[in-house]
Structure formats: C-alpha cells, structure tokens
Design a protein around this ligand. Structure first.
Ligand code: 5GP
Ligand code: MN
Length: 326
C-alpha cells in the first residue's frame, strides 16, 4: 500500500470517523492548560451525548485553576483495562503526540486523531484536523460539534469558552479575531459561565504565587537594549514562598509587558527539568526560536524543555533569539 502524505482532513471525514467508533480517549498534553483540557472535555461531552464511551487521559493532574471545568474530576492517568481495540485516541492541542507524556501506553497511528491549531503540527494521526488560523483548539472542536449536530449546552459552552479565553489571554492577544468574539458571545448565550472562567483562570491567585512573582520580578534581566527580558524560577524560590510550578503559568506575560520589551523568556528549573516559556510582542517568531531547541508553539507564544544547566539554557535561548532577529 502506498502511504499518502498526511493532510488535513475535512469536517465530514472526521465526523464519519467519530460516528464509526464506539469508545474514545481524549488526550491532553503534559502541563495542561485550559485549551488542551477544555477542548477534550467539550468534544468528550458531545460524544457522550450521542451514546459513546469517553475516557479523559492526562498524565499530569488537573491544575487547581481548571478544576471547575465540567467533568474535570473524571480526568485520569490510568486507563481502564477493558477499552475496545478500536478505541480512538483524540490528541488535543499538541503538535506532536509525544507531548501527551510517557505515561500514555503506545497507540497505533490508525487509532490517533490529531486536533490542533499549532504552527508546524506534525500531522501524526490517522486523521488530522489542524486549523492554524483558529485561536484555540476548542474553536477547532466547534467545527466538529456543528458537523456532529450535537447541541451546545451550558457545560460544553463553558469548556469551549475556557479554551478561547485561555489562548487569547482573556481576549487580549492578537488572535482575538472578530470571529472569536462572536463565538464567545454565542457561547455565553448558551450558558457559558464567563464569570467563573475569569475568576478561576485569571483573577484568583494564591498568596504564595504573588510572593513568587515578586522574586521572579526581582530576578529580571534586560538585554539587547532592553528589548529582551528574562528571568527564572527554581526549587529554592518555590520552597521559600510556598508556591509550586502551577503558580508560574502566566508570569512570563508580566516580563513581556515591561516597557520596551519585544520578547520575554521565563526559565523554570523545577524538579531537575528546565522548562522555558517564550512570549513575543509580534516582531520575533518565538515558535521558530523554540523549534531550534526542540520545542514549539505559536508565533507569539512557545515553549521548550532544555537539557543542561540554567546558564547554558540562558545562552542557548539568547543565541536562538539572535538568529531569529533579536
Ligand atoms: P507555555 O509557555 O505556556 O508552556 O507554552 C506556550 C505555547 O507553546 C503553548 O501553545 C504550548 O503548547 C507550546 N509549547 C510549550 N512547550 C512546548 C514544547 O515543549 N513543545 C512544543 N511542541 N510546544 C510547546
Ligand atoms: Mn492551544
């Protein structure tokens, strides 16, 4: 059989595949955010409404700020033993299946559906539904919900609105298109709880998180005439403030927000691993920067894991930024 080049499938092809299968595992990426989880929960809820069996897999626990999402309490890293052999694994919001983590048992390509909006998705599934122009994976899922003809109820609407608000930074980022705002309005009319999403994902902070923010701000450094701002967080800082890795999630945006800054990086040296979050004001493509170092993401928001010392990570990221025009 001749393998054809992977391509992006149509809504009709995906819907036919969803109807054909009886059981589904919705797969979120490690260090989950509101998009990967909200997209999976929304599609999972819709599939349950048409009588399908749905399991939610996520290697890491549900972060505190996402526990309000409908069905979040059902998310597990331990899959049931009695799943049928043709269970479809639906990977949400990841350019490569490896982002699901090493805890996921091996899945045949035949049983992989890839739903995403990242630049440079590797089209790893049997079917791939990747729409790079969409602001979130949840809005990609919306096309499938319409295709399936499942009514969007308040629970599904909350999940999808959470994906939009997560990936647009609460309607602030440049991916906040008129279409995204129109869809958000439609979801609110269907009962999406915008107040709860705002409070849980954006407003409520632990005191420990605010103390940690203070330390990260103290450690800020500015390079290249103040256009590049970076800082770090390590285990000692977490211990001194009582914060944990979850409390570092949106801190990089504070760095990007400093006057004159074009591009920002937060280096997280936590539990023996260095994770780097990159954000751009729009001039430099941080997806390309992250990809040079084995990571990925979007033009203005990307990330990677660095193997080496913190000082080496600082140098490697700065070098990659320079190649990309810093
Ligand atoms: P964050 O800085 O919030 O962890 O990630 C920002 C964006 O980059 C997200 O869209 C995320 O999916 C993507 N990203 C973060 N880390 C990685 C990584 O290690 N590999 C890839 N391919 N994408 C990443
Ligand atoms: Mn996303």
């Amino acid at each position: 059989m001749i393998e054809s080049t992977p391509r992006v499938a149509s809504v009709e092809e995906i819907v036919a595949e969803l109807r054909r299968r009886s059981a589904f595992v919705m797969v979120s990426h490690v260090k989950p955010d509101g998009d990967t989880l909200g997209a999976g929960l929304a599609l999972g809820l819709a599939l349950k409404r048409i009588g399908k069996r749905v399991v939610y897999f996520q290697q890491d626990g549900v972060p505190r700020n996402l526990r309000f999402l409908p069905e979040a309490q059902l998310v597990t890293r331990d899959l049931p033993a009695d799943l049928p052999v043709d269970t479809l694994y639906v990977f949400c919001d990841m350019s490569d299946w490896r982002r699901a983590g090493e805890h996921l048992p091996p899945v045949a390509r035949e049983n992989m559906l890839d739903i995403d909006h990242h630049l440079g998705n590797s089209l790893f599934g049997k079917l791939n539904f990747v729409l790079e122009s969409e602001c979130s994976t949840g809005t990609v899922v919306m096309h499938l919900l319409r295709g399936l003809g499942v009514p969007v109820d308040a629970q599904i609407a909350t999940c999808i609105l959470a994906t939009i608000m997560t990936d647009t930074g609460g309607f602030m980022h440049s991916n906040t298109t008129p279409e995204a705002l129109e869809l958000a309005a439609e979801l609110m009319r269907k009962g999406a709880d915008k107040e709860e999403i705002t409070r849980e994902i954006f407003l409520r902070k632990r005191v420990a998180a605010t103390k940690l923010l203070g330390r990260i701000i103290d450690a800020m450094r500015f390079e290249h005439g103040g256009r590049y701002c970076y800082s770090h967080v390590d285990d000692a800082m977490l211990e001194k403030t009582g914060a944990d890795g979850e409390d570092t999630e949106d801190v990089v945006n504070v760095l990007l927000g400093q006057e004159g800054v074009d591009v920002a990086a937060l280096f997280k040296a936590i539990e023996g691993e260095i994770r780097v979050s990159l954000r751009s004001g729009g001039r430099i493509n941080v997806q390309a920067v992250a990809q040079r170092l084995g990571g990925g993401g979007h033009f203005r928001a990307s990330g990677l894991t660095y193997v080496g010392t913190l000082e080496e990570a600082f140098s490697a990221v700065e070098a990659a930024l320079i190649v990309e025009g810093l």
